[in-house]
Design a protein around this ligand. Sequence first.
Ligand code: SF4
Length: 364
Amino acid sequence: MRSLSVEQLNLINSMANKHKAIALISGGLDSMLAVKVIQEQGIEVEGINFYTGFCVEGHTHAIRNQDKEKQKRNNALWVAEQLGIKLHIVDVIEEYKDVLINPKHGYGANMNPCLDCKIFMVNKAVDWIEEHHAQGFDFIITGEVIGQRPMSQLKAKMPIIAKQSGANDRLVRPLSAKNLEQTLPEREGWIVREKLYGFTGRSRKPQIELAKQFGFDDFATPAGGCCFLTDKSYSDKLTDLWQAKNAKEYELDDIMLLKVGRHVRPKANFKLIIARDSGECKFLEGYRKEFISIRALSHKGPMALVDGDIDEGDYDLAASIVARFGQGKFADEVELDINIPEQPSLQISTAPFANENMLQEWYL
Ligand code: SF4
């Protein structure tokens, strides 16, 4: 990675008479405010948003019937539009695997490797400004607030992110800057420290107050974090996936399917992904060419995928569980279709699975 000296940065930017910043944009309020604070100082900002595959928005909201009323917008793009900045959306699905599978700083309350994730993303932003230094980009901003999240936003963790990402003093956190060491843009006078903020803690009040001052009355406030990895149920399913594979590895389809349906593992060699509504049924239909799928014929019922190496001897068990979730739940017998990719499908009749205690134990 090529790193320019302060003198070189000053020379380049004094020729153009301006400095520019790249901002990590999650789509939430904090990054939106951080950009606005820097824009107010006359700095041109562009945004960067990293797609890891675990992002919350725009997936389940787009699929589940119960979320039909929710806005389907991509919040990162929407924030960029509100701020009038260009947004670069970068696919980091492959590179992110190592962050999640081998986090040097470990996981948070669930499978969220927040500290490694932040270091990774800021490091990608460092690469980006190195590649775009000719256009005047010379520092990075994030919406981090000291003490807001337990793992990555503790005051002691802020310098770790700056150092291990390689950003060092080119990383500015406009919302908490007054409680942190001076950064290069402050020292060099590109931005004025007094016009930055000193927010700390979990309360969102100062941010909401600042949003009002800037005239923002619509913004996303994601609960728990910006990705599925902070969610316990999702994390349990991811852990189960790795146990079943006997390896910590995944493909994009694996992690997408963890976001959808009820997951039931009756045996170590297979699990069922059972749609919870018609939206999820349609989504799972898209996987029928890759997975064995089961659906009731005699009664209305959900679509289910079979994930794993199911034995023929397990078909009856799998079909009886799927029958339990349809309108044939209380019938003596339900007829079901088992669709096997590139093979003739099977029709079987079975009694719906009735042992509720056992079923509860099999839920992931
Ligand atoms: S919540 Fe997810 S995207 Fe956000 S820092 Fe943690 S691991 Fe990364």
